[in-house]
Design a protein around this ligand. Sequence first.
Ligand code: SF4
Length: 358
Amino acid sequence: MHSNITTKTPPALIGMDHADLLHLCQQAEVKSVHAKQLNAWVFRHGITDTRQIPDLPHALYDYLDGHVGQLKPECMANRMAEDGTHKMLLRMPDGKEVETVLIPGPKRLTQCISTQVGCAVGCQFCLTATAGLTRNLSAAEMVSQVMTARDISDQEIRNLVLMGMGEPLHNYEEVAKFVRIVTDPLGLAFSPHRVTLSTSGLVPGIYRMIEDELPCNLAVSLNATTDDVRSQIIPINAKYPIAELMTAVREYIKFKDKNRVLIEYVMLGGINDSSEDARRLITLLDGLGCTINLLPFNPFSGTTFQRPDDATVSAFRSILVNAGMVTVVRKSKGDEISAACGQLKTEVTARRSKASFG
Ligand code: SF4
C-alpha cells in the first residue's frame, strides 16, 4: 500500500553526494560554491530543512523547495544494554523497518548499519535470513541511520560497519554512494579506514570495489574452511566457492596496499569449530596478513545451531595465535537487548502480532 511513497517524494538531501549537490546548484543557476555550504550544513550540522540553512541565494532556496525532500525515520524501539550496546529499530517512510546498533568501544562508538530490508543470501545461522529480502535501502536511508544515531547518542560515532541487515554487495550502487557520502571530508568526514563493508562472499562485488577504488575497508564473513560446510551454511558459496573468494581477497589486498582485510568467523558448535578447521584456516589465510574476528554464535529462538563452549573457542584461538595470526574473540555484546542481526526486529514484530491478536 505504501510501496511507492519513496519514489513519488523528491529525493532526500541526505542521500546526495557532492556531485549531486553541485548538480542542484547548476540547475538553480547559482555558484557551485554553495554545494560546499549545503554539504556542511546538511551533514555536519544535521540541518535537513533547507529553509533553516542560512545565507543561501534565494534562487537556491526556491529550487530546493521543489526538488529535494527530507528523510527522518521514526525510531520504533530504542534499547540500551548494560554493557552500553544501544540498538534502534527505525521505520522508513514506506513503513519498512531496519535495525541499527551502536557498539561502545574504549573511547568512541562503532555503528552497525543495515543495507537492505531483510536479505536474500540465506545464511543458515542468521535470523535476518529467515524473512528473505523485502527491498534494498537507498543511500539516503543508510545515511539516515547515522544521522538518527548521532542525534540520539551523546558520544562520538567513530567507526561505521556495514554488517547489519542485508548483503551490502547485493545493493552495490546505493552502498557505494553511502560510502562516498560518509567519507566526504566536506560532510560527515569519516576516515575511509574507519568504514568497513562486510560481505558474505559476493566475488564480483569485491572486484567492483577494487575497480571503483571504494574508500572503505573490506570484511569477509568466511565462517567455514571447506566448501562442503560453507555451502551448507552460506548458500552463495556454491556459486562463489572458497578458492575463488580467496583469490578475490588476495587481489583486494594487493590493491589496498597492506590494508588488512578482516575475516569474520562465526563459530558454530560441532560444525566449524574443530582444531582441523583452525589449521585449515591458517592455510587459507597464509601470507595475507588478515585480522581474524571469531564470533561465538549467538543462539536465537528456533535455531538448531549451538554456541561452542568457551574451552573450544579458546583452543581454536590459540591454534591461530600460535601460528602468528592476529585473532580477536568478539565478546557478545548486548545479549539482553537481542543485539544479534535481525533479533530486535523479530522480537518487536512478534510482540505487535501478539498484541493485535489479544
Ligand atoms: S548473515 Fe548477513 S549476508 Fe548472511 S543472511 Fe544474514 S544479513 Fe544476509
